[in-house]
Design a protein around this ligand. Structure first.
Ligand code: F6R
Length: 251
């Protein structure tokens, strides 16, 4: 695992976009694993900007999103389907039929999890997976305690996650209680992983991640055992890392 320290949120986003665009140019039929949330917003804006300036093409790209709320459809403004359309897909030339997101409205949710996991395999697996990190160390919606062997599954969202995400809803009650998420084993199968972290609110978890052990209590800690992980974090997110750990990880 290596860590690239960026000066600020904007620089972090530019670096992340650069790595994603590089992957798309090198392998135009790449399979990308995508995240939602606040951290990655500017990365998507930079990708859209590059598309408009340089016409990098996504025509042969396929994407798999990490997660989706159960009970929210693509037309719900808080669904991750909606988010992806609004922040990325509708601005680039990717055919919508090549963008995959778990269906939170499926009649048979356990079956939907199996279908989604299989589909990733049928597409040849994920070349580059982008992750954010929750303040409790979650990746996707894999909350602390999730088995490292988990594949795509249903989760009950941690109270802290619902509170964190309630900023996008008009009240906490409206935040769904369950979601479908790629599992930790699904994420770990990706050939390359980039994890983004920005701001003081991520500083504590980043120090726990970089200074602590690999434990299911911090789901992201499993990334230390993956052969190709790059963390791109800004100065604030890395502000609590001790000097020694800095030497080990930070470039
Ligand atoms: C989103 C996802 C989550 C977020 C994480 C960080 O698809 O899977 O794990 O990446 O909660 O969210 P932000 O960026 O909003 O702090």
């Amino acid at each position: 695992m290596k860590v690239i320290e960026a000066n600020d949120y904007y620089a972090m986003s530019q670096k992340a976009a650069e790595m994603i665009i590089d992957q798309v140019r090198k392998k135009p039929d790449s399979v990308l694993g995508l995240a939602t949330g606040e951290t990655i917003l500017e990365t998507y804006a930079a990708i859209v900007n590059d598309y408009q300036q340089n016409q990098t093409s996504y025509r042969h790209i396929r994407t798999f999103n990490l997660d989706e709320y159960i009970g929210l459809g693509a037309d719900h403004p808080n669904s991750y389907h909606y988010y992806m359309n609004e922040h990325l897909f509708r601005f680039i030339d990717i055919p919508m039929s090549q963008t995959y997101i778990p269906n939170g409205l499926a009649d048979d949710i356990p079956e939907e999890c199996i279908r989604y996991e299989k589909l990733i395999g049928q597409c040849g697996g994920i070349d580059l997976q982008i992750l954010g990190i929750g303040r409790n160390g979650h990746i996707g919606f894999n909350e602390p305690g999730t088995s490292f062997d988990s594949t795509t599954h249903v989760v009950e969202l941690a109270h802290s996650t619902r509170i964190a995400n309630s900023r996008f809803f008009s009240s906490l009650e409206e935040v769904p209680t369950h979601a479908i998420t790629m599992g930790i084993a699904t994420i770990m199968k990706s050939r390359q992983i980039i994890l983004l972290a920005s701001g003081k609110r991520k500083a504590h978890i980043m120090s726990q991640l970089l200074e602590g052990e690999v434990t299911p209590n911090i789901p992201a800690s499993i990334l230390k055992t993956h052969p190709n992980v790059t963390i791109i974090a800004d100065k604030e997110a890395l502000s609590l890392i001790g000097k020694e750990q800095r030497k080990v990880y930070v470039q």
